[in-house]
Design a protein around this ligand. Structure first.
Ligand code: ZN
Length: 135
């Protein structure tokens, strides 16, 4: 149980500061045990595992709907069949993209019946090897 070490000046820190101002959004240690989690009443939808990488529970129906647009971004990593996507945060436009996607994810999570949300569990990217990281 390490304490979150996300600096406020980092990309992740900026997103956390922005989202903290949204009604109903709360931050806490990520429920996977790595980094910082951001969630709503229905559970955590966003994990920052370090200052430049986030996993977002965009949910599969939304991912399917947005797949083409998401696939165009070199910052976004998708795993087939997964509710979560990975996002690398390096520039202000990455921050803006993530904030936009979080608002989509919040709407998506509100539409899910809670047993589905609960069954999803901590299946974020912390449990699997990262793909697509530039060398
Ligand atoms: Zn996580």
């Amino acid at each position: 149980m390490s304490a979150p070490t996300i600096a406020g000046s980092s990309c992740a820190g900026r997103v956390i500061a922005l989202l903290s101002a949204w009604p109903g959004v709360r931050t806490a240690p990520a429920d996977c045990g790595v980094g910082v989690g951001v969630g709503t009443l229905t559970g955590q939808i966003l994990h920052f595992h370090d200052e430049a990488y986030a996993d977002l529970r965009l949910t599969r129906p939304v991912i399917d709907r947005m797949r083409e647009a998401l696939a165009h971004s070199r910052r976004i990593f998708m795993v087939p069949g997964d509710d979560w996507i990975g996002i690398r945060l390096e520039t202000p436009s990455d921050v803006a993209l993530l904030v936009t996607l979080v608002s989509v994810a919040i709407k998506a999570s509100l539409g899910l019946p809670s047993p589905v949300a609960a069954a999803a569990g901590p299946s974020c990217g912390a449990a699997r090897p990262r793909v697509g990281a530039p060398g």
